[in-house]
Design a protein. Sequence first.
Lengths: 257, 256
Amino acid sequence: MSGVIAIDSVSKVFATRGDNVEAVKDLTLTISSGEFLSFVGASGCGKSTLLTMVAGLVPVTRGAIRIDNRVVTQPQTNIGFVFQEPVLLDWRNALDNVMISVESRNAPLDDYREKGRRLLQNVGLSGFEDRYPYELSGGMRQRVSICRALLHDPPVLLMDEPFGALDALTREQLMLDLLKIWQERKKTVLFVTHSISEAVFLSDRVVVLTQRPARIQEIIPINLTRPRNLKLQQSIEFSAYKDRIFEIFKAQGILRE
Amino acid sequence: MALVYPIASLVFLLATWQAAVVAFDIKPFILPSPGVVFRLIVDRYDVLLYHSLVTSYETAAGFLLSALIGIPIAAILVTWRPAERLLYPLLVASQTVPKVAIAPLFIVWLGFGFLPKIIIAFLVAFFPVVISTVVGLKSTPLEMLLLGRIVGFSPWQMFCKISFPRALPEIFAGLKVAMTLAVVGAIVGEFVGASEGLGYLLMFGTAQMQTPLVFAAIVFLIIIGVLSFGFIQWCERLAIPWHVSIRRDELRVVSA
């Protein structure tokens, strides 16, 4: 199996004007193959930084991150990364935006083209392959960016608040779509969010982070049955998990009543 | 339908002009009436067209040079730090020198042919291309750069597939300015020393008190300017249909 991520006493210090800002402090965590794991924390707590370090976009200050026993030292081109904004290239149509993932590889592009078309169909975008980003809605654009992250069939999918900029209805639909994709392909997913219900609904485990610098406050396994549907959100167990995380945030002083 | 307003204002202007010349009995060498100018254009269209072609050629060549040299220079300035420090002050300094002042030098160095005019047109036109391309290439959003790195783009791919296409709106803004300036450059070159071209015709007409000829030459200059600007705008529409500046125009057309 592949897609095992080992975060080993990782710290990150940003040198800014005047003083150093510690974003992540001594964080250790292993994510197993095919696991769906969410990080929740207050905004600015360093959870996005953690994700960019796993992707190899930002170097760690101390410690090491390994994906399948290989230390991450440079951008990981074999993973999928979904940004908060879709970050589509305006001058490319939907399919060509998806194709960007494989263009630096020496691979037969035609096969991927077919695959890209299928991915877009899977998320309900058939017929929109040659539309340009400005012709798509916000939700459609984010779907395209998810397809882009999946095209090269990466074992690991990193998602940085991917639904944060979407309206509630679109968000629910995309959560279901994401779960379907995850169930079919069994990828390891690291999901950063500030939405507690999003984290509980999607994840196998939810990692609650402290305020900056980010450390692990608590790891909560979510033992809800799969496949999950929207109705689950009204269940007592679901609320119990949410309450538990709310309590942690209250104890942290992030939420006050 | 969209042409009704500009045509109406033009007709009004010309009618007022014609009426004023007739009413006040103004001599043609002071201010020729539109009718006189029009008759001259009809009679001497072959001469005017010939000189227009000369100026168009110089303008087009100067403009192309400014694009072909200006855009790569900007790319080097943006990607290679020492170049910015080496070249930028020089570029800026070169722009503070009035081109009219150095134009005679090019005639001395390169003679009376096409080349000095092309070079002056280039010198006048290339700076806005450089400036706007630099701005465009520097404005790539951070997320796009991260995306490029995560999909494994080399620096060259990053430039070709992300930074450069993203900078096209700014580059076209620079090219449009450059196009109008290239016409000015070519005319300045012809003023200083030429035996053909609209700039030569202007000088000749003024010296001979053939004011209607001067006006006819100006009409052709305007036509060159408008056509060349329109051409760049047409290229822009083809090149960046996705950009908001183009789409706004489309929206306006729809609502009109």
